[in-house]
Design a protein around this ligand. Structure first.
Ligand SMILES: Nc1ncnc2c1ncn2[C@@H]1O[C@H](COP(=O)(O)OP(=O)(O)O)[C@@H](O)[C@H]1O
Ligand SMILES: CC(C)(COP(=O)(O)O)[C@@H](O)C(=O)NCCC(=O)O
Length: 399
């Protein structure tokens, strides 16, 4: 199945360039969002107020590559000719000097020359925080079943009231963590951050467990028991709660604390226990810092994005419990289905204008597994992860 046709004929026999690509090149992963018209989706194209066709129906596709394997990403873009549809315009306006892609993230600067050299494409840089906020606002307003809570293993979708969305705290857990207070479209402030994020989990985990992939490390954590390496309150208090300050005996008193007294070598610990401890330590810490920032600004809603989460139950549970525990139930942790693609979506939207008005989501549509990304071998099989096997059905209007 072909997904990346660059030109299609609209109802007026005009060739329309319909494929459009935007990138978010982060410290760990490159995220791609691109639009394609699907011949199977033959709804009428969007019309303007006087009934003239002024856009196209299609799908947004999502893909990701490890930043360290940027050449695979370049090959994917080239093989699928994604760059041909940089903008959204009539073919006659499309000249070679418009070979550009909107790109955000640090890599948009770092790899600018590489894109020019290998694909003859210029990266038009968009600010990373602008894009994260734009992507989050877009999804929260336009996509169905985007935000959900996760408590006691239960995922519950949250109906977002568009008139009561702001303010909220956006916590993006990528390689590092950014915390952004969002007050409206384009209105935000990056209020905090921490370097203890996804890169820390993967980096330390790799060193300590010899895992070869992030997914392997994450899978390991499923089977691990953090009590083997973390010191619990009960370990210090002779099996008892420290109830005077509200600490139960099973609360972690000191992450990795047992490694001091156990008199063991690294090899004596199970990699799965290490992975579990690490995941819990980092998720808990992020949940706690997020809550403290929400408290600083009186925010009740915290949305978590970034690929560290990966729709992983234990990660979400730990973050949600931390927020719930510290806020005494006052603040709510929410997760986003398109967690890692906020920045790339923002860059995608920025093609036309910083407004969301010309991209309209119709509905989320699951694609057959083999239909979306034929040449990308980086996709993962962890459950709950958006691996390019889903797309958003949407319409793009001409500005
Ligand atoms: N396949 C993967 N390879 C590497 N890291 C992954 C993968 N999937 C999820 N991650 C996690 O996601 C983090 C990157 O998240 P992301 O939101 O893409 O941030 P960045 O923009 O910094 O790359 C990594 O540091 C790691 O914790
Ligand atoms: C520098 C970054 C914005 C880069 O974004 P990333 O590639 O990690 O998604 C991010 O790593 C970050 O916010 N780090 C934390 C820095 C700090 O506030 O201490």
């Amino acid at each position: 199945m072909e997904h990346n046709r660059e030109f299609e004929i609209d109802g007026n026999s005009n060739p329309i360039q319909i494929s459009r690509l935007a990138l978010d090149i982060g410290g760990s992963l490159i995220k791609l969002v691109y639009f394609s018209r699907n011949s199977g989706d033959d709804e009428d194209p969007p019309k303007d107020k006087v009934g003239v066709s002024n856009g196209v129906n299609g799908r947004l596709h999502f893909a990701k590559f490890e930043t360290a394997k940027i050449n695979d990403c370049l090959e994917f873009i080239s093989a699928n000719k994604l760059f041909l549809g940089g903008g959204f315009q009539h073919q006659e306006n499309c000249t070679n000097d418009r070979r550009f892609i909107k790109a955000t993230g640090g890599g948009a600067y770092k790899f600018s020359e590489l894109f020019k050299e290998k694909l003859d494409i210029s990266l038009e840089k968009e600010d990373e925080m602008d894009c994260l906020v734009m992507g989050a606002n877009f999804l929260l307003k336009a996509a169905n079943q985007e935000a959900f809570t996760y408590l006691n293993g239960q995922k519950e979708f949250v109906q977002i009231d568009h008139n009561d969305l702001y303010p909220y705290l956006l916590v993006n857990i990528g390689s590092g963590v950014s915390m952004i207070k969002v007050d409206g479209d384009g209105k935000y402030e990056r209020v905090s951050g921490t370097s203890v994020g996804g890169g820390t989990f993967w980096g330390l985990g790799k060193l300590l467990t010899k895992c070869q992939s992030f997914d392997e490390l994450l899978e390991l954590s499923h089977q691990g028991n953090n009590r083997a390496i973390d010191t619990l309150v009960g370990d210090i208090y002779g099996g008892m709660d420290y109830s005077k300050v509200g600490l139960s005996s099973t609360t972690i008193a000191s992450s990795f604390g047992k490694a001091i007294s156990d008199n063991k070598e690294l090899e004596d610990y199970k990699p799965e226990d290490i992975s579990r401890s690490l995941l819990r330590m980092i998720s808990n810490n992020i949940g706690q810092i997020s809550y403290l920032n929400a408290l600083r600004f009186g925010l009740k809603r915290i949305f978590f994005g970034g690929f560290f989460i990966r729709g992983h139950s234990y990660t979400m549970d730990t973050i949600a419990v931390a927020v719930h525990f510290w806020s005494k139930g006052e603040a709510k942790a929410m997760f986003l289905r398109h967690e890692g693609f906020l920045g790339a979506l923002g860059a995608f939207i920025s093609y036309e204008s910083p407004s969301l008005d010309n991209l309209v989501v119709n509905q989320m549509v699951p694609l057959p597994v083999n239909a979306s990304l034929v040449t990308d071998t980086n996709f993962d099989t962890l459950k709950g992860d958006l691996n390019g096997t889903e797309s958003i059905r949407c319409s793009i209007y001409r500005a």
